[in-house]
Design a protein around this ligand. Structure first.
Ligand code: MN
Ligand code: MN
Length: 463
């Protein structure tokens, strides 16, 4: 047996049954990804899966007993889930936390304009994107809107076979001489990232902007909304691209929003399946959460920083009759997997990765001791003792993992929700699926890493 550390490629180690399980899991994940296009929809989809597996809203329960399966929805955009354990809660809980917001183009509060025969919606990008990747691709429109009577209207256009799509028309190369001389960072003016939503005039209108007027008329007929109602909406454009297998050997998955819905889906499936497998013997309380606003710094009511999570833990303390238990002590004794994706080594950009300390596609879930940038600035740095605990746990359960960092020092950097839970006093380590082309409209993962991510979280909940 070699004492040298070497990455293992998951596929080559798998038996027939594992390969089949991987394909089944990948298929259900891809279906989830195609539906969970926004944080709203990710929450809806997750609730449907949870309710089909015996989970109910915590509000429906006055008392909680071991084995109870509950969830709490925080303002439609983040979700906390728990399976109650037999152990006293003060001994700590197991938490896996992922995020469900992904980079996209949000509309401005007053988005609709008319220019040169087209109706356009002005956008503001959400999260860190390379702007040029979002030009001249099909886009779908998703979101919620309220009318003046306060009724909520759901919008989903562009994914159905018969739906139209939308697009930002990039400049043709023939006239792009000036544009092409700019640096990639600045050649796309964010104020020009307007999405074409129409081109036909309202012939009967007496208004000056007849194309814009026609779009307003169509929206009014279909949804009963007026222009001012955009100010009470959250509407986003996301890539209208179906999730697909990549490669002749179908080993990879390509799709929008895998950061971080790949870990979010694994978290939800793992808390359900671990509860089924543990039954009444569950010892610690397990918690899963899928939260919003990670991509813009975890700020706001539906982010990990929201005190709504503390409120959820308070409710569990109350309803399990653990009154008098200090929530801070619960956190102090708890352990967390911060379930977020990381950079896979890009085959054509190996130079930005530290290969030995990078995550290779297909070599399992990546455990990252620390994130941050430069001199570990803003890093959540896991304790060695906790690294040891998690690595032993994975070894015992045949979870194939690799140790990684995001990339070479000072080439960039990034963070996750890990530091927020670390601040509460929990033991935390980052642990998620490697991704190529992260934050692009078509992110790439290995289906074997995707499946291993689920196995890792399930093993953690069952430990
Ligand atoms: Mn992420
Ligand atoms: Mn991200």
């Amino acid at each position: 047996m070699s004492i040298k550390y070497e990455k293992k490629d998951v596929y080559s180690t798998m038996e027939e049954q594992d390969l089949e399980n991987t394909n089944l899991y990948a298929k259900s994940y891809m279906e989830f990804l195609d539906k969970a296009r926004t944080e709203y929809l990710a929450v809806e989809e997750a609730i449907e899966i949870l309710e089909n597996n015996g989970f109910i809203s915590i509000e429906e329960k006055d008392y909680l007993e071991p084995g109870d399966r509950i969830y709490f929805v925080n303002k439609s955009k983040s979700l906390y889930v728990a399976v109650i354990g037999n152990d006293d809660i003060v001994k700590g809980v197991n938490i896996v936390g992922a995020h469900i917001d992904s980079p996209r183009l949000d509309i401005k509060p007053m988005p609709l304009i008319e220019k040169s025969g087209t109706a356009l919606m002005k956008t503001q990008y959400y999260g860190g994107i390379k702007k040029y990747q979002w030009l001249s691709i099909p886009l779908a429109m998703y979101g919620v809107m309220y009318n003046k009577d306060g009724e909520k209207i759901k919008i989903a256009i562009g994914e159905d076979e018969n739906d139209p799509v939308f697009t930002i028309a990039d400049l043709l190369p023939h006239l792009a001489k000036d544009q092409m001389n700019h640096k990639a960072e600045s050649f796309v003016d964010p104020e020009k990232m307007s999405v074409i939503v129409g081109s036909l005039k309202d012939k009967d209108s007496t208004e000056s902007e007849k194309v814009k007027q026609n779009i307003l008329r169509l929206l009014n007929e279909k949804y009963g909304v007026e222009e001012i109602d955009f100010a009470r909406s959250e509407i986003s454009f996301v890539p209208a691209l179906k999730t697909k297998f990549i490669g002749l050997d179908r080993g990879l998955i390509g799709g929008y929003g895998q950061d971080d819905r790949v870990c979010a889906y694994a978290t939800i499936r793992a808390i359900i399946d671990s509860a089924d497998e543990l039954g009444e013997s569950i010892s610690k309380t397990n918690i899963a959460m899928i939260v919003d606003k990670e991509e813009i710094g975890s700020i706001g009511t539906t982010s990990m920083n929201s005190r709504a999570f503390d409120m959820f833990v308070n409710k569990i303390i109350e309803k399990t009759n653990s009154l008098g238990v200090d929530k801070l002590e619960v956190y102090y004794n708890s352990r967390v997997l911060s379930a977020d994706v990381t950079a896979g080594i890009n085959p054509e950009y190996e130079e930005v990765h530290d290969i030995q300390n990078g995550s290779m596609i297909g070599c399992g879930i990546s455990v990252e001791k620390y994130t941050g940038s430069g001199g570990k600035y803003s890093a959540s740095d896991a304790n060695a003792s906790y690294m040891s605990e998690v690595m032993s746990l994975f070894d015992r359960n045949n979870v194939i993992y690799q140790v990684g960092t995001l990339g070479k020092i000072e080439k960039g950097g990034g963070g996750t929700i890990a530091y927020i839970l670390a601040d509460k006093g929990c033991e935390v380590v980052d642990c998620g699926t490697p991704v190529l082309a992260m934050h692009s409209p078509f992110e790439v993962t290995s289906k074997y890493d995707v499946y291993m991510t689920y196995l890792a979280y399930k093993a953690f909940y069952k430990d």
